[in-house]
Design a binder for this molecule. Structure first.
Ligand code: BG6
Length: 294
């Protein structure tokens, strides 16, 4: 399979490899960054800009199996977010096998485009007709553009998230900036709506949906002395998640002691910000991640 997929390879820059569990993945080794994206879920599992340490977090306990989501990196959640009766949590996109559409090499980096189209199986779980393209550019920045086209005859409404796991030195010493004064839904406190006062600090299980967010969010990682900036376009919600002690223990694919090393800051359109796309129209949600030492 990898041989056939390698018609898209660019010698010395990008090739399809057998990733963990033998799942096919595109490995990128560009001048500006190295990266890895699985066809399973269009799941970005690594991004390491030149001269920097790995920016994304991956669990050592992650499954790498066709029916399961990868734990860490950037799961693509679509067309729903959160649990749904008799269906996969966070939608089917993160456990579907995407088609490798193209690999391009340009000044900004190496761009891998992956494609998922509605089919009999997706229609059994969700009625929309769509094509979903995930364009990932591994460069000095990590740019991820999720392009949803409604290929059906009626409007569709979907939730979507780039559920990005960032590696931090110690989440207890990190601050998340850029959401002060924003209302959020507190999923660990009966979905109450609350107002964010000042920076976010992580002092317990944290699972929040920040509403009406447009600006960039900065993770200031005091332990690693680096700043991760998450900018975005056409996304109106931001989820911040860390499972803390008990929830990490309860998850089979998450190491008991791994939670201090990660934080999710998710670029999304979920809940009241689900996107409606008219027949024949396209919606593109973009996340742009940068990293710098301080
Ligand atoms: C977050 C949700 O985005 O993802 C949390 O807000 C959830 O509620 C977390 O626990 C992880 O989800 P999953 O399905 O990957 O275990």
């Amino acid at each position: 399979m990898a041989t056939d997929l390698n018609r898209h390879a660019i010698a010395g820059v990008a090739e399809v490899v057998g990733g963990q569990g033998g799942l096919p993945a595109v490995r990128v080794r560009g001048a500006a960054a190295e990266g890895l994206v699985y066809l399973h879920g269009a799941h970005v599992a690594a991004w390491k800009p030149a001269g920097m340490e790995e920016v994304l977090w991956m669990s050592a306990k992650s499954a790498f199996e066709p029916a399961k989501a990868i734990r860490g990196g950037v799961p693509v959640c679509f067309p729903w977010f959160g649990p749904k009766k008799d269906a996969a949590v966070h939608g089917f996109a993160r456990v579907a096998v995407w088609e490798l559409e193209s690999i391009r090499h340009a000044a900004a980096g190496v761009t891998v485009a992956l494609l998922l189209r509605s089919n009999e199986v997706t229609r059994g779980m969700w009625p929309g007709d769509f094509s979903l393209r995930h364009r990932v550019t591994f460069g000095a920045q990590l740019e991820m553009a999720l392009e949803l086209t409604n290929t059906g005859g009626a409007a569709l409404t979907a939730e979507e998230a780039l559920h990005t796991y960032f590696a931090v030195g110690d989440v207890r010493q990190a601050r998340v900036k850029g959401l002060a004064g924003v209302t959020y839904v507190d999923k660990v406190d009966a979905a109450k709506q609350k107002l964010q006062e000042g920076d976010i600090t992580i002092t317990g299980e944290t699972d929040r949906v920040y509403l009406n967010t447009r600006g960039a969010v900065v993770i200031e990682d005091a332990a690693k002395r680096r700043r991760i900036t998450v900018g975005k376009e056409n996304s109106l919600a931001t989820v911040v998640w860390n499972p803390w002690i008990a929830k990490a223990k309860a998850m089979a694919d998450f190491g008991d002691d791994e939670w201090p090393g990660m934080i999710c800051v998710e670029t999304c359109n979920v809940g009241p910000h689900a996107v409606s796309v008219a027949a024949g129209q396209t919606h593109v949600m973009t996340a742009r991640v940068g990293v710098a030492r301080y």
